[in-house]
Ligand binder design. Structure first.
Ligand SMILES: C[S@@+](CC[C@H](N)C(=O)[O-])C[C@H]1O[C@@H](n2cnc3c(N)ncnc32)[C@H](O)[C@@H]1O
Length: 270
């Protein structure tokens, strides 16, 4: 289906030159690609205008955008669980040299490919699970691990794998439930100290046996204390917390005696 002349595209931070496009045909193609989770603006045509979270993920990005440099020239980016490509597109618009988006869902990958092509942005999209992320060669200046952790049965296993790919910074987001407050805890507690577990701020992950928000893939919902403790435990240092569910981190102690935490754990020597 032709959607008109799409050669004129957005690129970098330059203003888009509105191409002569057939918006009705574009809307039909968007519709054919199935239900979208990302509300992208494709030349004025929204892909998910009725999203239950509003203009998503723009509503989130608005608070996060300032912790990522406006000029990403030369940078490499890995977007894990890229979905319809919102964050991959934003990184490419900032001039990133290479953006690789991965996801396990073909519908989302097809949407992302269509959006990037429509906007004339060169982004690689690949079907790959976060559990296979360590098979991707090299490291990336920016790794985005947004909105995926709580969908995993093995969240810390995944996070420890993701850490291996972080050459520069990790932008991490998870749904948070329970307390959004944090406080300092002792390094150790006596076996009979049961009180700490009654504090709402004590790091805690809620396990969802059946379904939450009508989504049976929501498995583990951390409170803020647990989200931050997991990041630290995977060897990351939190450098920014731009909104309640999102953290920017840098690798600090991801390896011990030259071995990654994951490899030590799997070898039984952590
Ligand atoms: C809630 S959406 C988040 C999308 C996007 N990262 C964001 O923050 O808006 C979760 C995404 O993770 C993907 N996903 C779920 N399990 C995954 C896995 N094991 N590996 C990679 N992606 C996964 C889903 O297909 C979906 O696109």
């Amino acid at each position: 289906m032709s959607i008109g002349n799409l050669q004129e595209t957005t690129s970098g931070n330059k203003a888009a030159v509105p191409p002569q496009i057939d918006r009705e045909a574009l809307a039909r193609r968007i519709d054919e690609l199935g239900e979208w989770f990302h509300n992208l603006d494709l030349y004025g045509v929204p892909t998910a205008p009725n999203h239950f979270l509003g203009d998503f993920p723009n509503v989130k990005w608005r608070h996060i955008a300032s912790v990522i440099p406006p000029d990403l020239s030369g940078a490499t980016v890995l977007d894990i669980g890229c979905n319809g490509g919102f964050y991959s597109l934003e990184m490419k618009r900032r001039g990133a040299e290479r953006v690789l988006g991965i996801d396990v869902d073909d519908r989302y990958l097809n949407q992302a490919r269509f959006a990037a092509k429509t906007l004339g942005l060169e982004i690689e999209f690949e079907k790959r699970s976060v559990y296979e992320v360590d098979r991707i060669p090299g490291q990336f200046d920016y790794v985005l691990f947004m909105g995926v952790l709580y969908h995993l049965r093995y969240p810390l296993f995944a996070l420890d794998k993701v850490v291996k790919k972080v050459g520069g910074k990790l932008l991490f987001q998870t749904m948070i439930r329970g307390s959004e407050q944090v406080r300092a805890w002792e390094k150790n507690y006596h076996f009979w100290n049961k009180d700490i577990f009654t504090h709402p701020e004590f790091p805690c992950m809620y396990f969802i046996e059946n379904s939450y928000a009508n989504d049976p893939t929501n498995w583990w919902l951390p409170n803020r204390g647990a989200a931050e403790a997991m990041l630290r435990s995977s060897g990351l240092e939190i450098t920014a917390h731009p909104e309640p569910e999102t953290w920017l981190c840098v690798p600090r102690e991801v390896a011990r005696q030259g071995q990654y935490i994951l490899d030590m754990e799997l070898a039984g020597i952590l």
